[in-house]
Design a protein around this ligand. Structure first.
Ligand code: SF4
Length: 332
């Protein structure tokens, strides 16, 4: 019997009904998931929906984006704002935690909403687009803060801004003499590769070095469309780094991590960070203990090139920054 064609989605799915209509959750799950969607945003792009095998209850792409009712349960150790940006926010949209670098968050919307997101309490489709005045104030802060050598655009996802708007922000930052490098953190190249148009690539082709940290957690996210998007970015002179989160049910095996890091390298993405899960509310199902993470990385030793090796790090509570989690080896 011929296989049924995969459902083709042309618009981002943004609610429980849409997930059911696309066959990604059963109809009778809708009422429970509507309670989740009232608290945490849902978004599954056509690109990601197309990668999901609805017949596989353990599908690693579905695990990242399809909501579950247990998200409404907050474990005792989970905290509302794991990154604690607030005390380091001199003005809206700016986070200055370390002397030589600062974050600029031009918006808080993303192409997809990851169920394990550490900023899940603040990200959402209507969220946090800086007004022209607030953006101007933020850019002026960078201009008058000479200690800052690196500007990190994050959010939300800066690559969902229009190329015109993003290009204007980057050009302004690149023109600041003391700003040496620019960095953007984004899920767009894998989660919504159609957004990486020639116009967007052109907006990213600035004079200063631009590092793009591509957030990806599973090798299957590197679809042919993602490959095209990443190629376009490297051709624009963008340096690609990979960042991932160690996630139960997504990449919690040596094989899955090996495949992920190899997929990154094949697409000119250097694995940079593997994050330990932050304790955001309702994310307990993704937790992999650090001991297990270290053991997984030890298994990768000798199996993969050193180029595939990320820094395995944990964000310390209260905004104290990242610490490496190892693994360490006895040398003698
Ligand atoms: S793209 Fe990043 S900020 Fe947005 S929901 Fe996913 S993890 Fe959170």
């Amino acid at each position: 019997m011929p296989e049924a064609p995969a459902p083709h989605h042309t618009r981002t799915i943004r609610d429980a009904n849409g997930l059911a209509a696309a066959g990604l959750v059963p109809r009778d799950a809708v009422p429970g998931l509507e309670a989740v969607q009232a608290r945490y945003s849902i978004a599954v792009t056509p690109a990601m929906a197309a990668l999901i095998d609805p017949a596989d209850p353990a599908d690693p792409i579905a695990a990242q984006y399809i909501p579950r009712t247990e998200e409404l349960v907050t474990a005792p150790h989970e905290v509302l704002d794991p990154t604690a940006d607030e005390p380091f926010t001199p003005l809206p949209g700016v986070v200055h935690r370390y002397p030589d670098r600062a974050l600029l968050k031009p918006l808080l919307a993303c192409p997809v909403y990851c169920r394990f997101c550490f900023r899940r309490e603040v990200v959402g489709p209507d969220g946090g687009l800086l007004t022209e005045a607030a953006l101007e104030a933020a850019l002026a802060w960078f201009e008058r803060t000479p200690a800052v050598r690196e500007v990190i655009l994050t959010g939300g996802d800066p690559l969902i801004l229009s190329p015109r708007r993003l290009g204007a922000i980057l050009a302004r930052l690149a023109a600041i003499p003391h700003v040496e490098i620019l960095r953007i953190h984004s899920r767009v190249p894998v989660a919504d590769p159609a957004r990486v148009t020639a116009a967007l690539a052109e907006a990213l082709a600035v004079e200063k070095p631009l590092y793009l940290c591509v957030h990806a957690n599973h090798a299957r996210e590197f679809s042919p469309d993602a490959a095209t998007a990443l190629r376009r970015l490297t051709q624009a002179g963008v340096v690609l780094l990979g960042q991932s989160v160690l996630l139960r049910g997504v990449n919690d095996s040596a094989e899955a991590l090996e495949d992920l890091f190899r997929a990154m390298l094949r697409h000119r993405v250097k694995p940079y960070y593997l994050h330990q899960l932050d304790h955001a509310p309702g994310t307990a199902r993704f937790e992999v203990p650090p001991e297990e993470g270290r053991a997984l990385l030890r298994q990768l030793r000798h199996r993969v090139t050193g180029l595939a090796w990320p820094n395995y790090v944990q964000e310390r509570p209260g905004g104290a920054g990242k610490v490496p989690l190892g693994p360490v080896w006895e040398v003698g």
